[in-house]
Design a protein around this ligand. Structure first.
Ligand SMILES: Cc1cc2nc3c(=O)[nH]c(=O)nc-3n(C[C@H](O)[C@H](O)[C@H](O)COP(=O)(O)O)c2cc1C
Length: 254
């Protein structure tokens, strides 16, 4: 499987919800396991466990089945959902680059045997397999996303503009796009919306995963443009959160 620049996938990927249910060949699954073993964490001190499980181990609820799923388990520690989002989005992009479909799955649940197979907390599933529909978008106009001015107040965009566009296109649960970005060409501060009481129950479960996903898109884009990037905690950014948002982390770009 190819290990090229993954950045172009940001502009093509989409959630696949219709699969050929034939299991993938063993060699393909082995490559996927190898990729999982090499995922980069956002927070290396949080224990995680990724398992490939079959369609028989999942109760799809109202969703169509997929031939395979990745089940993610994690230690429940500060930042754990953001870490899972950051890591599993690497797989979403990897699948897209290697001709396979995938979809984050918050609604389907694993069966009890899977839950009992790890001593860490179950976090989320990702479906994957051969797509029964076209795998890629052909234009960014096909993405239903907020326009940039709604997700950032960085106006003098310079080289940071392309990074923000990569963030804008990131997937999120129910497509809520709960993010906001402040900063400049050297640092991007990421904030998450404080959901109002009506949306809180549903959104709260996933918005920190969404933040990990979007931070991965920022990082992938910055690496594509030959920059080194580092995820940091910036106290000043924390103190200057926009109204209705909470600070998550910053991407320092050099
Ligand atoms: C954390 C998370 C959970 C999701 N759960 C589901 C789900 O249960 N069912 C589903 O069909 N899509 C699910 N999605 C996919 C989103 O609906 C999708 O990413 C979003 O609408 C944007 O569309 P796109 O991925 O095609 O660009 C989930 C996405 C995320 C990030």
């Amino acid at each position: 499987m190819a290990m090229a620049d993954l950045y172009p996938q940001i502009f093509k990927r989409k959630s696949i919800r219709n699969y050929d249910l034939t299991p993938l060949e063993d060699g393909v699954l082995e490559n996927i396991i190898e990729e999982i073993n090499n995922l980069e964490p956002l927070y290396a001190d949080i224990k995680v466990d990724f398992k490939i499980i079959s369609q028989n181990d999942v109760n799809p609820r109202m969703m169509k089945k997929a031939p395979h799923y990745i089940a993610v388990f994690s230690e429940n520690k500060e930042g754990y959902k953001t870490n899972v989002g950051f890591m599993l989005q690497q797989m979403d992009i990897f699948f897209s680059a290697n001709g396979l479909g995938s979809c984050w799955q918050g609604i389907p649940k694993t069966k009890k045997n899977v839950l009992e197979s790890s001593n860490l907390e179950f976090v989320i599933l990702m479906a994957f397999g051969k797509a029964n529909i076209p795998l890629h978008r052909t234009s960014t106009l096909e993405f239903k996303r907020k326009p940039l001015p709604q997700i950032t107040d960085i106006r003098n965009k310079g080289s940071v503009g392309a990074l923000l566009e990569a963030a804008r296109l990131a997937p999120s649960a129910t497509n809520s796009q709960p993010w906001f970005f402040k900063g400049n060409n050297h640092v991007i501060h990421a904030y998450v919306v404080k959901p109002n009481i009506f949306r809180a129950i549903m959104l709260k479960k996933y918005i920190m995963i969404d933040m990990g996903i979007v931070i991965y898109h920022l990082k992938l884009a910055s690496e594509h443009f030959g920059k080194t990037s580092q995820i940091i905690f910036d106290e000043t950014a924390d103190e200057n959160s926009p109204h209705g948002y909470e600070y998550v982390a910053s991407l320092k770009i050099e």
